[in-house]
Design a protein around this ligand. Sequence first.
Ligand SMILES: NCc1[nH]cc(CCC(=O)O)c1CC(=O)O
Length: 310
Amino acid sequence: MKKEYIIGTRNSSLALKQCEILKAKLSSKFPELEFKIKEISTTGDRERDKKFSEINVEGIFIREIEYALLAEEIDLAVHSFKDLPTKLPAELEVAAVVDRANRYDVLAGAENKLAELAKGARLGTGSLRRKSQLLAYRPDLEIVPIRGNIETRLKKIKTHNLDGVILAAAGLERLGYKEQITEYLAPEICLPAARQGAVAVEIRKEDSKLKEILKTIETEKNNLEVWTEHSFLAEMEAGCHAPVAAEAIIENKTLTLTAAVGEIDGSRIIKKVAKTKKLDLDSVRSLAQKLAVKVKQAGAAEIIKNLKSN
Ligand SMILES: NCc1[nH]cc(CCC(=O)O)c1CC(=O)O
């Protein structure tokens, strides 16, 4: 059996933090194994100044990391599951989902809560999902497109004269910026992205020993919730930058999946809910696929098609 495994990741502070979380979990369960971290620079990290519309965005934060996996330069790749395309190279798979942090979006670095911000307040976000829902809630807001890692986006509040930025709670909490959070946004106002806050571990499919190791650090509830959201997104065929939101929560032995797709200008949000008491992977996947078909039929297919052709 192999004694040393190499974990590859982007070199952003959040990616490294997520690697440390995984490494700590694995090292405490398998003290006889050694896990090393290798940083890999991706196109997404290098082309920071370009807008997403100027580059082929699908997978820009992960492509180089997947090449390293395929070339066996690394054995595990750690990603924010949210950023992972739903279709992976045939030789690779997500072998485990670990450590889901708070999955909601927050308003950060603002002086007031979202409802109390002045008319026409300027909020920074590059996410079409966030823009769509924020404008549906408050059409007077000015949404300013920003990119960059979490530290960069927080700095842009000052440099771009913003009243706040919208970010994932997970990233801010993991990096110790909790004091920057002004308000956790309720899912009724800003439903999070499918898989937000979850850390995914991608490996080579053939690496069955590693798969066994990873299975021991998963939890069933987390798994069911995250794969429900993943199946919904996969069935939408929308990519991770589309205005698509999904949240699956297990409470009182019932899984509730809420999903939304919006026009970017907030003029319309299509939202649907499905519930099941059958808590196994096959059942929740099929629930998610059925809901996606309904959401597409209700108008989301057209919204996504128009986005792709623009
Ligand atoms: N798209 C960038 C990205 N990818 C993962 C996170 C944060 C962690 C997570 O959502 O899992 C972020 C930043 C953000 O959306 O605020």
